[in-house]
Design a binder for this molecule. Structure first.
Ligand SMILES: Nc1ncnc2c1ncn2[C@@H]1O[C@H](COP(=O)(O)OP(=O)(O)OP(=O)(O)O)[C@@H](O)[C@H]1O
Length: 133
């Protein structure tokens, strides 16, 4: 039997659908930012790091490392928030697997944060030390 193409119920143009997807993504970031203290901390840290980056006139390579480090922490924290929400939805009661999912997701944030700290220490450490000496 010849497969029949599935009709696409979404009649909006590709551009409109892409724009809507971006809207959903930004709403997700905003929702997470409003509810998660850790993300608010990351937002403050990001503003400080970018400010320091301009102050110390980082090189292009250093900006790239900072961008990857900051982006990785935000990504891990957003995924962690999503996993927490989904876990609370499907397993509001105590379950070892629910605990495991949350702990592993939190572990991802910790790994990203430690890596970002190492990048930050290498890039900003010597410059801050030179300032105070
Ligand atoms: N439904 C559950 N079943 C089993 N253990 C759970 C469950 N919910 C939470 N836990 C355990 O409690 C820990 C804390 O969970 P909680 O939902 O309070 O996240 P959290 O640490 O407050 O996260 P955050 O502070 O990033 O919002 C989890 O990492 C997990 O070990």
């Amino acid at each position: 039997m010849t497969p029949v193409a599935k009709p696409n119920p979404d009649k909006r143009s590709l551009l409109r659908r892409r724009a809507a997807s971006f809207g959903h993504a930004f709403r997700g970031i905003w929702l997470a930012l409003r509810s998660e203290l850790h993300l608010q901390f990351h937002a403050a840290a990001t503003v400080i790091v970018v400010g320091l980056g301009f102050y110390f006139e980082l090189t292009a390579t250093e900006w790239m490392l900072v961008a990857v480090a900051v982006g990785t922490v935000w990504t891990a924290e957003l995924v962690n928030t999503a996993i927490e929400a989904l876990t609370d939805l499907v397993s509001p009661e105590y379950h070892p697997l629910a605990g495991k999912a949350k702990d592993v997701a939190a572990g991802a944030v910790l790994v990203a944060a430690v890596a970002a700290l190492v990048v930050g220490l290498f890039i900003f450490g010597p410059r801050v030390l030179a300032l105070v000496h």
